[in-house]
Design a binder for this molecule. Structure first.
Ligand SMILES: Cc1ncc(C[n+]2csc(CCOP(=O)(O)OP(=O)(O)O)c2C)c(N)n1
Length: 346
């Protein structure tokens, strides 16, 4: 089945561009900045400055293109791999880095940024996104919740519960599946017998769109349409952004053990950033110096965020007990006291 596509890998338009030149250049710059962050974070992990890192290289159009269709009053609920989407929705780089250093204080955005903490539990946040969308409706707001997840998450019970409740309640939610072809080492063909992830929408009474996830324009257009539909009160949409992660699942795995290099190379030829660059070149709106400037600005902005994160006073060892419950359980109170006693601090 052919995905919905507006821009070919060669950067040729197949239909009308959904974005003007200035906005296209802005989103191109966002994708370049996101990739600069991704490479920096992978390097920092290798230097022992970050814990495990889940790279998103190859998925920039899916994350940035969808987030660009939102208003600041809308909600984003994503995963450990959705740093670019969260940043696009206002989550500070410093917090993204701090969280990946293992510091819970980076796990939430500042007041007013409508992003949930990244979900490490596969699929759990989709249910929360439906609650946010439905709750907004009950409050009389017109906010929409956009939830990002991988194709592996569609095999979780939470996917069914979220999709079912959203369908029945017509909650203003956009389900954005970044089908990056693998759930760790599990290939897409063994994840589900369905022809597409998008086809699953049928069973929940909502539209499903199968979209070229490496096409910024297609992802943006499909998401903007789904967001409009949700905001009007016409209910949720499932979008499958067909894409590929060119890096490992996380910095702990070796993808060559489960996928061939020629497959990676074939997907690299469909790179989402190259595609928009080719398009901008074709309309004479790209200069090498401009792109270098974006990279340099991005690197400087990221360095500043890294410096701020690394200058943060480390958490005390007992702070690990504070992250889960508003009111700690009796067992946690006891364990915390034991730890402090053992450390000679009580
Ligand atoms: C409920 C749950 N089960 C298992 C895991 C371990 N795990 C972490 S990532 C992952 C694969 C998820 O794949 P997918 O949903 O396709 O997203 P991707 O990592 O490819 O972005 C698994 C099984 C988990 N974090 N949570």
């Amino acid at each position: 089945m052919e995905p919905f596509r507006i821009l070919t890998p060669e950067g040729r338009l197949l239909g009308e561009a959904p974005l003007g030149t200035d906005e296209t250049r802005r989103l191109f710059a966002a994708m370049v900045t996101a990739r600069t962050f991704d490479h920096k974070a992978s390097a920092m992990q290798r230097q022992g400055r970050l814990a495990t890192y889940a790279p998103f290289e190859g998925q920039e159009a899916a994350q940035i293109g969808a987030a660009a269709a939102l208003r600041p009053t809308d909600w984003v609920a994503g995963t450990y791999r959705d740093a670019a989407a969260m940043w696009m929705h206002g989550y500070p780089l410093e917090n993204l880095i701090l969280f990946r250093m293992g510091d819970e204080r980076g796990g939430s955005p500042p007041e007013g940024v409508r992003c949930l903490p990244a979900s490490i539990t596969v699929g759990a946040h989709m249910v929360h996104a439906v609650g946010l969308g439905w709750g907004s409706r009950l409050l009389g707001e017109d906010s929409v919740a956009l939830t990002y997840f991988g194709e592996g998450a569609t095999s979780e019970g939470d996917f069914h519960e979220a999709m079912n409740f959203a369908g029945v309640s017509r909650a203003p939610v956009v389900f954005l599946c970044e089908n990056n072809q693998y759930a760790i080492s599990m290939p897409r063909r063994r994840q589900t017998a369905a022809e597409t992830i998008a086809a699953k929408a049928d069973g929940y009474g909502m539209p499903g769109r199968f979209v070229d996830g490496n096409d910024l324009f297609a992802v943006y257009a499909a998401t903007a349409e789904a967001v409009d539909r949700a905001r009007r009160g016409d209910g949720p949409t499932l979008i499958e952004a067909n894409t590929y992660r060119t890096g490992p699942h996380t910095t702990t795995d070796d993808p060559l053990r489960y996928r061939p290099q020629d497959e990676v190379d074939a997907w690299r030829a469909c790179d989402p950033i190259d595609r928009v660059r080719r398009y901008l070149q074709s309309i004479d709106d790209w200069e090498e110096g401009w792109e270098r400037g974006i990279e340099e600005d991005a690197a400087a902005e990221i360095e500043e965020a890294v410096a701020a994160a690394e200058a943060t006073d480390p958490l005390g060892p007992d702070e690990v007990f504070g992250g889960m419950f508003a009111e700690p359980t009796a067992a946690l109170v006891e364990q915390r006291a034991m730890l402090l006693r053992d450390l000679g601090e009580a």
